[in-house]
Design a protein around this ligand. Sequence first.
Ligand code: RIB
Length: 311
Amino acid sequence: MAKIPRIAVVGSANIDLTTFTDRFPKPGETIFGQKFDLGFGGKGANQATAAKLCGASVFMVARVGSDLFGPATIENFKKLGIDTTHVKQVPGVSSGVAPIFVESSGQNRIFVVKGANDELKPADVDAAADLLKTVDCIVLQFEIPLETVYYTVAFARKSGIRCILNPAPGQPIDIKAVEGLDYFVPNESEAETITGMPVKNVEDAKKCAEKLLSYGIRRVIITLGANGSLLAGKEGMEHLPAFPVKSIDSTGAGDAFIGSFAVFLGEGLPEREAVRRANLYAGLSTTGVGTQKSFYDRARFDAEWAARSKS
Ligand code: RIB
């Protein structure tokens, strides 16, 4: 039986307000949307959920607001079996929220209002240090203050803990602060924002990954949506294609990739195999509506993997 990885996510939790629409209103125009969905989201919480559903022990370090979403978010973590010892409510601040718009193609556009996520500070990482030192892997994203991200990357490096950074949403960063990082996992647009290089195809992604590696990052994985992903290290690069799926909502697919990848890697699979499985796990998440609620549990994933990895 595979080892049960211990994974900590230091990151965000949001409430997702998703509207499904054929098109966007013009300035001053009101139009009808087709459908609405309210769900638990946030890149950190989604990655924690994917990791838990894939079978890991998961610890969340996060901040939620002092509104009705705060306790509901903590309750949702508990229901999923995610440890909430270091998830705290911040007085006088709203929870993170994300108005999301999904077009009929499944393509999404997301606004994030960070709210309490912005209150997760380096001191909170220190407060969770005893627990963080016990995990196999720390997972980070960019919906919390960058100073907290950099601090946690340094903490992981000092403590010899594997660290996966998903630089989402994309924003300019102090690349020196992530030197020595184990895994840097942007999508195309995040890679573009950070390097200033266009990423329109696999060849562009290779050039961009090369630049990121030159900053002293150990491994770069650029996720390419329906094109799969590129795994890059100093020894070489490999494009690993996606599995065909009937996509209806791609929101959270990147989070599904990261959370599941952390688990597959933690179970001891070679990187390439972990990426291939994460490609499928992410693809499957786009066949349902919403983020966390579209993620497969391990039994359903294993059945799909068994059927598809033969072909
Ligand atoms: O990656 C998808 C997530 O981005 C959504 O759940 C939303 O909350 C935003 O953080």
